[in-house]
Structure formats: structure tokens, C-alpha cells
Design a protein around this ligand. Structure first.
Ligand code: HEC
Length: 315
């Protein structure tokens, strides 16, 4: 290699690397932008949370809902309520209704933001249809749950402390990756319990405190269906749970998950699963795991539970 070629390379190689990095940045910019927004709340990007701290303040804030549909998507899409008032830290369940008015199944994709944009980092969604591809059958109509809370820290941030109203707005577009879509029918009360979805929800919302085969902050849940409340081996349950004198069934689990403290006063589980379709699928997963349980002393065969109930309703 002569001196001139070497000199040229010294210029060309860094240029190529620089161009490569630039191409990479452009190609991944939507992803990077989304990560950046999620981390900083920039542009009204909201936060994804699993549980809230349980601290509820007395201050209330109004949350308004707004919905839009891209012109080429033949869906109706509206919030079921225009506005709710929530206490800071309080979990709230609201619904958006989507209806496919065309004769074929269509996959939509929702984006959302909140205004004022500075409140984005305090707006936490526990459950939502966020950036997922969602399939809606021909003429199907579904109420989609959104569970959220507004972080009480909003009140002590000088940029947001004066805010009295937050607006959450969703826009549905036609999806460009329809083959990866989930069916929105999972939110219908009449659809079959889905243990696979239940397992995902369990991983998102329960594993912080529970496992199937070990005690953590909460008792192990393998074999829980058909087991007496508070009787997980090796776990010190609250007196409230022990005293409930109850054998877990699909029905009692449903009431427990909806509001543990209300179902058994004094029980120590600090979270709630507000929407019914998530409870149904988590319970289907717990039933499946209970049936799989091999320890005969802990295991009572489960009366097919919610699966059968739902089948009967359909017949
Ligand atoms: C932040 C921690 C935490 C999370 C998250 C949590 N739990 Fe719990 N759970 C507990 C605690 C603590 C108890 C024991 C309550 C008591 O003794 O009063 C409990 C008890 C239970 C029980 C009663 C078990 C028994 O042996 O009687 C069930 C069922 C249960 N949890 C289901 C769930 C499910 C399903 C989820 C996810 C949707 C979940 N929990 C999420 C902490 C949690």
C-alpha cells in the first residue's frame, strides 16, 4: 500500500463509519424516539406501570378522553366516558369502544399521548392498548379497558402542580404489520378464557410478589384453586386471610382480584385487577396450573371452573 492510498483510507474509513452510524440512527429513529419519550415523558408520552405505590392523595384531577381515527380506517372509536375525576394515586378503569363498520376483519394500531405534555411522566397506564396491533372482526364492537393512575408526585413538581385537567388522546391507524395482531375480542365478556394470555398477565402483574412454586412477598400460587385461603405451605398469611374460611374457586378469586381488601377486610395484598377480562384470563391460568399440580396432598381436582361456565353461557 503506498503512502497516498493509506492517506486516502484514513479519510475514507472514518467517513464510511460516520455514514453507517447516521444510516443506523435514521433507520432506528422511531424506536429510539419512542425509548427516549418513554424515559423522559417527552411529547406527552405516558409511562407503563405494573403496580402503583398504593399512596392515594386527597387532591383530585380531571382526566378527559379524546379519540381519533385515521380516515382510511373504517372504525368507530369513542371513549365510553368523556371525563373522570380521580384522586392522585388512585387506580381508575375506563373504557374506549371500538367498532369495525366494514365487512372484513381489520387490524388497527393505536398511538396516544397526554396533554399538557409535561404531565406525561406522571401518567401511568397499568393496562392499555398501547402501540399494539389489534384485530377487530367484521362488524365487531368491543369495549377496551384502560387502567391508569396519576402519580401523586405531579403535585410537587412546579411544572405540573397547577394542572387541573389532563387529556388522554388516542388515535387509531390502519396497521402496517397486521400479521402480528392480537384479537380485540379478548375483551368481550363472552369470549373463552385464555390461559396463555393469563400467563402473560401473571408475568406482568403478579410475579413481583408471587411465583407458582415458591413463596415470595406473597404465597405460592401453584395449586391455589381448590386450596384453603391462607394455607400455602411455609407462608405466614395474615389472620384476615386465614380467618376467611374459604376455599379458592374461580368465583372467589375473581372477587379477590377485583378488590382484595373489600373481599377480605384486613388482607394484605396491595393491588387490584380492575378489568374483568384480565381477571378471567389470569384465573384460567391459575386453574391450569392447579390442575397440573402434582402434589396430591395440596391438590384437589378442580371443577373445570370458569371454562365450563363460559361454555354453558355460550350454549
Ligand atoms: C405487591 C405484591 C403483590 C402483588 C403484585 C400481587 N399479590 Fe397476591 N398476595 C400478596 C400478599 C402479600 C398476599 C397475602 C395476603 C395476606 O396474607 O393477607 C397475597 C395473596 C394472594 C392470594 C391468596 C393466596 C392464598 O394462599 O390464600 C392470591 C390468590 C393472590 N394473591 C393472587 C394474586 C394474583 C393473581 C396477582 C396478580 C394479578 C397478585 N396476587 C399480585 C401480594 C401481592
Amino acid at each position: 500500500m503506498n503512502l497516498q492510498t493509506r492517506k486516502n483510507l484514513r479519510v475514507v474509513v472514518p467517513c464510511m463509519v460516520f455514514i453507517g452510524i447516521m444510516i443506523g440512527l435514521v433507520a432506528y429513529s422511531p424506536t429510539l424516539y419512542r425509548l427516549f419519550c418513554a424515559a423522559t415523558g417527552f411529547g406527552g408520552t405516558t409511562q407503563r406501570a405494573v403496580v402503583n405505590s398504593g399512596v392515594v392523595s386527597n387532591r383530585t384531577i380531571a382526566v378527559r378522553f379524546d379519540s381519533n381515527v385515521a380516515p382510511d380506517l373504517p372504525w368507530r372509536f369513542d371513549p365510553a366516558q368523556r371525563e373522570v375525576s380521580v384522586r392522585l394515586g388512585e387506580q381508575k378503569l375506563v373504557f374506549f369502544t371500538a367498532e369495525n363498520v366494514s365487512d372484513s376483519a381489520i387490524v388497527g394500531h393505536a398511538t396516544f399521548n397526554v396533554t399538557p405534555e409535561t404531565t406525561g411522566i406522571y401518567f401511568n397506564k397499568i393496562q392499555c392498548f398501547c402501540f399494539d396491533d389489534e384485530r377487530l372482526g367484521a362488524h365487531e364492537k368491543v369495549d377496551m379497558p384502560v387502567v391508569f393512575f396519576v402519580d401523586p408526585a405531579l403535585a410537587s413538581d412546579s411544572e405540573t402542580s397547577a394542572v387541573r385537567t389532563i387529556t388522554l388522546s388516542y388515535t387509531f391507524f390502519r396497521s402496517v404489520t397486521p400479521d402480528k395482531a392480537q384479537d380485540l375480542s379478548r375483551f368481550l365478556a363472552t369470549s373463552e378464557p385464555d390461559a396463555t394470555r393469563g400467563q402473560q398477565l401473571f408475568a406482568e402483574r403478579c410475579v413481583a410478589c408471587h411465583a407458582i412454586d415458591a413463596n415470595k412477598a406473597g404465597p405460592m400460587l401453584g395449586g391455589v384453586v381448590g386450596r384453603k385461603a391462607g394455607s400455602a405451605p411455609g407462608y405466614k398469611s395474615s389472620l384476615a386471610l386465614l380467618g376467611a374460611d374459604l376455599t379458592w374457586s374461580a368465583d372467589s378469586l375473581d372477587q379477590w382480584l377485583a378488590d382484595p381488601g373489600k373481599f377480605i377486610a384486613g388482607a394484605r395484598m396491595p393491588i387490584r385487577v380492575l378489568d374483568a377480562s384480565s381477571r378471567r384470563d389470569i384465573i384460567a391460568y391459575l386453574e391450569l396450573e392447579s390442575r397440573k399440580s402434582t402434589n396430591p396432598t395440596e391438590y384437589k381436582p378442580v371443577a373445570q371452573g370458569s371454562l365450563d361456565r363460559h361454555r354453558k353461557e355460550k350454549e
